[in-house]
Design a protein around this ligand. Sequence first.
Ligand code: IDC
Length: 318
Amino acid sequence: MPDGSPAAINGPLHVCADRRLCNEDGNRIQLRGISTHGLQWFGACVTRRAFNAIANNWKADVVRLALYVQEGGYETDPEGFERTVNRLIRRATRRGLYVIVDWHILTPGNPHHNLDRARKFFDRIARKNRNRVNVLYEVANEPNGTDVTWDVLKRYHEEVIPVIRAHDPDAIILLGTPGWSSMGLAHGWNEQQIADNPVDADNILYSFHFYAASHGEAYREALDRASQKLPVFVTEFGLQSHTGDGGNDLQQSALYLDLMKQRKISWAYWNFSDDWRSGAVFQPGACRDRAFFGEARLKEAGKWIRSRMREDDAFPVD
Ligand code: IDC
């Protein structure tokens, strides 16, 4: 890993006693970065040159690999997608980025539906990458459905965590939360159910996702509360509505980013692609044209989030 890169500086991460993400010296850090779009659709946006831009031009600390399970994803070609993920992990590692392996379940919303696949996938990926310090595992993107209660979801997490830990005992594992990783808010629940009955494991963080134009103050307050009770990682968010499209609510977005900075909550923006929706950072065709550097082919959201990512030091020591 290159000297001075995020993973070279910070080494293996762990969750500190105060529920914050810490580097190997025990300093609290905030990782900021970006998620790919579905790997089955946007291969042109995850090339070597794209990763050069993510690391050196966007100055991301972390890249999230969105491995859809359905919708033409993993289930259609397990070996092929496993190779793709391993290749992209190597690509991130060479550039000193942290990398989140995101098991992108969405529909159906019950992760137990994909439990056997998840076991196989994480067993193989964790075995292969067990010596890397920069790999984080996100075991369920957005569980959803009123039948997918925290109890149901917790049982899934308790099945998958040991599969990873068998190879990589200290790996950081990110846990989806009910209601599309809203800590349950989208179903009228909240973070307290999780805080009252947390998963019994070290080095885990709970995912929270928000889309600023859909999710205002109530969600933000829940994120703030949750971060004082549980380790939290915002593994996906948008400046737009929950469709990943529509107008950017930059005012709400700025409030969220300020809160995440204050509480040292790590984040990954959705998404680094040239999809037509407003949330994708590039204009259509930019990936094919390999125009990953600079602002020329960015949408409004891309300009805004790139400048926030480049803005300040991700690793203030305290
Ligand atoms: C959207 C994609 C879109 C795709 C759809 C269904 O932008 O191209 O057709 O998923 O898979 C999420 C999900 C993420 C969504 C995104 C925007 O994790 O997969 O992407 N979103 O809707 N949660 C909230 C928003």
